[in-house]
Write a protein that binds this ligand. Structure first.
Ligand code: GRF
Length: 186
């Protein structure tokens, strides 16, 4: 199976790092800005960096130049435009730090997700890898990992526990979904 993989990141890039360090062959990092943590992590691993155009047509043509089979969103905060979702339909994955469909959608990212989990009194949280559609956090779910919410948890302590689970779940799901060898006919 051909598997040219792009990772998109807007932040510290710890999920990008987990993917690269697990052996996911990342052809390039698409970054939202030049000074984010993910860029330094890519440069230190010799992975090419592209600063993603903000306009939908420019983004589509820059992605097309890179000829990806898969696009992995790893802390990407902008909505992926409809033209890009349509062209790589089913081949864009995202990781979200809650057990979707709980605590997803517009405005629910980063610390706010964990605040919402604590405010709801949930006894467990976790993370979800799903295919990307035009609506935030709504595409078909591929995998989830659960973690407990513990007495005295703060958004930060819960976020750290969920992030550790993300770093295991995302590479494992990518290997299974994007890199599995074709099954040979018997
Ligand atoms: C993660 O919690 C991920 O689930 C969410 O954004 C965060 C990115 O963190 N989509 P990092 O940049 O990978 O450290």
């Amino acid at each position: 199976m051909s598997s040219r993989i792009l990772v998109f990141a807007s932040g510290s890039g710890s999920n990008f790092q987990a993917l690269a360090d697990a052996g996911v062959p990342v052809a390039a990092l698409f970054a939202s800005a030049p000074h984010i943590g993910a860029v330094a992590k890519a440069e230190s691993r010799g992975i090419p960096v592209v600063i993603a155009p903000t306009d939908p047509a420019g983004l589509e043509s820059r992605i097309a130049q890179a000829q990806p089979d898969w696009i992995l969103l790893a802390g990407w905060l902008r909505l992926i435009p409809a033209n890009v979702v349509a062209r790589w339909a089913g081949r864009i994955l995202n990781i979200h730090p809650s057990l979707l469909p709980r605590h997803g959608g517009p405005g629910l990212y980063g610390r706010r997700v964990h605040e919402a989990v604590l405010a709801a009194g949930d006894t467990e949280s976790g993370c979800t890898v799903h295919r990307v559609t035009e609506a935030y956090d709504e595409g078909p779910i591929l995998a989830q990992a659960r973690v407990p919410v513990l007495p005295g948890d703060t958004p930060e302590s819960l976020a750290a526990r969920v992030l550790a689970a993300e770093h295991r779940l995302y590479p494992e799901t990518v290997f299974r979904t994007c890199l599995a060898p074709p099954t040979s006919p018997r």
